[in-house]
Write a protein that binds this ligand. Structure first.
Ligand code: SAM
Length: 290
């Protein structure tokens, strides 16, 4: 049993850090002792009196390679903190570009009311970040977060509750369990954003980090190779139907498949179809107008 002495806890984390360098760097690339210390403080901040017990749990979770965000139950995205668990994708920093660009474009709209859909909302990170950012505008903002996973939507609803204080009275967010935009009325949205599952189950799997494969929900990541193109073709058809004229579509995707997806989009009457790169220079998003 570990003593309750503060220095001892720090020493234990430091000792673990030094003795498990290879495993730690493989699961948490670039992790530093300072970050590990901070994560431990976060992990046990509400249970200071049970720090010893929490230290054991924390180190065992690290040994198992569980993502830090799942261990602490929180992730930082755009301007907010989000609760996460094993049922949602941990929001990624590259997705912040989608949020930022979308907000910049929508801020320039002359419309007084904007209806926005986030398809595959997961933790609600995109929907709630857009809601928070656009709350500054003198507009009525209605956002709907769609997901096929009820467990993911429960996390989104919790994040909504925790971020409610940051949303203006003119901003509403609702959650809907749904397969993509199945059954949604035509001309419903001024903007549709999405970070859908976009890894091919077989041919892309080798490039996926083993920690992601083991701990993040496969429903958030993968689509069967044989169904992949049809899945997106059906989705783009729904997007075209549900967008209002001039509506904006902004989607994150896999760098190896975005070119083909642009061709699929062109089956419908989209304008200004464009591939956008992320900060590493990799093709990462599709932007289009109806
Ligand atoms: C890559 S994650 C994105 C999560 C979150 N939007 C983000 O960017 O962090 C994809 C999400 O799509 C959801 N999903 C998978 N298939 C879906 C479908 N057919 N219809 C709606 N949502 C789906 C998953 O449950 C998951 O939450």
């Amino acid at each position: 049993m570990i003593s309750s002495n503060v220095t001892t806890f720090e020493n234990e984390v430091e000792r673990f850090f030094e003795e498990n360098q290879n495993a730690l760097q493989s699961n948490y690339p670039g992790i530093t002792l300072r970050r590990l210390d901070l994560e431990f403080q976060t992990y046990c901040e509400k249970n200071i009196s049970r720090k010893g017990e929490y230290l054991d749990k924390f180190l065992n979770s690290l040994k198992a390679g569980i993502p830090l965000e799942q261990i602490t139950g929180r992730a930082y995205f755009y301007e907010s903190e989000f609760k996460v668990n094993e049922h949602v994708l941990i929001p990624r920093s590259e997705t912040e570009i989608l949020v930022d660009e979308t907000c910049k474009i929508l801020s320039k709209s002359e419309k007084k009311e904007l209806a926005i859909a986030d398809v595959g909302t997961g933790s609600g990170a995109i929907a709630l970040s857009i809601a928070r950012k656009l709350s500054n505008l003198d507009k009525s903002i209605k956002i709907t977060g769609f997901d096929i996973s009820e467990k993911a939507l429960n996390v989104a609803k919790r994040n909504h509750y925790l971020l409610e204080y940051a949303l203006s009275q003119n901003t509403s967010v609702t959650w809907k369990i749904n397969d993509r935009l199945d059954g949604v009325k035509e001309n419903s949205f001024d903007c549709i954003v999405s970070n859908p599952p976009y890894i091919k189950t077989h041919s892309d799997k080798e490039k996926v980090h083993h920690q992601v494969l083991k701990f993040e929900p496969h429903i958030a990541l993968f689509i069967d190779d044989e169904k992949y193109d049809q899945w997106f073709l059906d989705f783009f058809k729904q997007v075209h139907l549900c967008l209002k004229k001039d509506g904006l579509f902004y989607m994150e995707g896999h760098e190896d498949h975005l070119e083909l997806q642009c061709n699929l989009l062109n089956h419908f009457e989209f304008n200004e179809v464009q591939i956008i790169k992320d900060l590493t220079g990799a093709k990462r998003f599709i932007k289009a107008r109806k």
